[in-house]
Design a protein around this ligand. Sequence first.
Ligand SMILES: [Fe+2]
Ligand SMILES: [Fe+2]
Ligand SMILES: [Fe+2]
Length: 418
Amino acid sequence: MSVIGSKDVYEIIKKTLGIINAKIMNHGEITGYILYKMLEYEQQYTEQELVDYTMLGILHDIGLYKEDNVKNVTDFETKNLWPHSIYGFLFLKYLSPMDDKAEIVLYHHLDYNRYGLIQSKYKHIIEYLNLADKMDTFLHLREENLEKDYFALHRDTKFSGAALDLFHKAEAKYGITAKLVDGTYREELSELLAKRAFSEQYKRGFLEMLVYTIDFRSEHTVVHTLATVNFAQQIGRLMRLSGKDLRDLYYGALLHDLGKIAIPLNILESTGRLSDDEMKVMKAHVRITEMILEGVVDNDVLQIAVRHHEKLDGSGYHRGLTGDQLTLPQQIVAVADILSALYGKRSYKEAFSSDLIKKIMTEDAENNKINKNAVDILMRNYDKVIAEFEKEKESTIGLYLKIKEQYAVMIERFEAFN
Ligand SMILES: [Fe+2]
Ligand SMILES: [Fe+2]
Ligand SMILES: [Fe+2]
């Protein structure tokens, strides 16, 4: 039995991105659904390909989540064609399990009559995605963004006529628009994604992509999440936890701060002490994490994620539970979270020296705040644990910087395209 089902991975993505911006998520789902039905009509794709392309359709505007305050998707899109296409491409290429298909997203706004300029073995999928994207805009009659006779005027210049013909055939056969109107397309999407059992690696890939995409708003958070996962795993291994517990630790730690997506950046990245009111907002991230994960992930993982701020003496939040109510994996993630916060550089503090970190954590353990065995074993292996984390950090931060660098190069090249 797997801790997170294939369909649930999609549910988590949907809920999380929906909290950041429901409009983009909605647009993505509809676009993904239209693309899926067009491809289904052609009957020449494997189930895995159908799932991959549909997921790409759903996530095609993922580059937009990077921006704060995106109000109107289409409005924003038309003014920022390349930035969000390039970010989406880079996120998918470096962070998702669909790296080789990421270029489909890169070109989703390219005019059809310029396809000669690009090389891609996915040109037909790009054509269909481009059409599906416009079809959603058109169906919503956002005339200010798409002329009424758009499809009559721009056939084979802005979009592929063959793709439009395919859409009409699929519409006649499946009644796509009716399903969009009555909302049943959502179940169909869930069914498609549930049919296919994702490998553990594929699921981890998607969840990591989600976490890092969100965290792209704040570099400190990326490192913090990464460190918490790494430290929790290492402590778990040192304490000889079972394979299941280690897997729960991984997912619980990876998802523990997901709720921070709903916390405003000025609080998340605040450089000073938070006021009482700001602290209240900050603490709400645990409840938001709970809201997203409830009913979607295995209960063991859920509880690890939502109890990372509980203390053994009952002084933590948000339930004020005590040590006898907290399992060992839950207590380990709490320790890992603290170590990660102390060790890392955050917006409000520099990294602490190892002596200071050891002192604080030992005191916490002695004052019955956090698990003493976990802290003891961590102190005995401190240098090794840190060294191992530093190794992994290099590659992830490297990736993060690489995405930023490549973005700068690509944006220059592509803006010249227009
Ligand atoms: Fe777009
Ligand atoms: Fe779009
Ligand atoms: Fe937290």
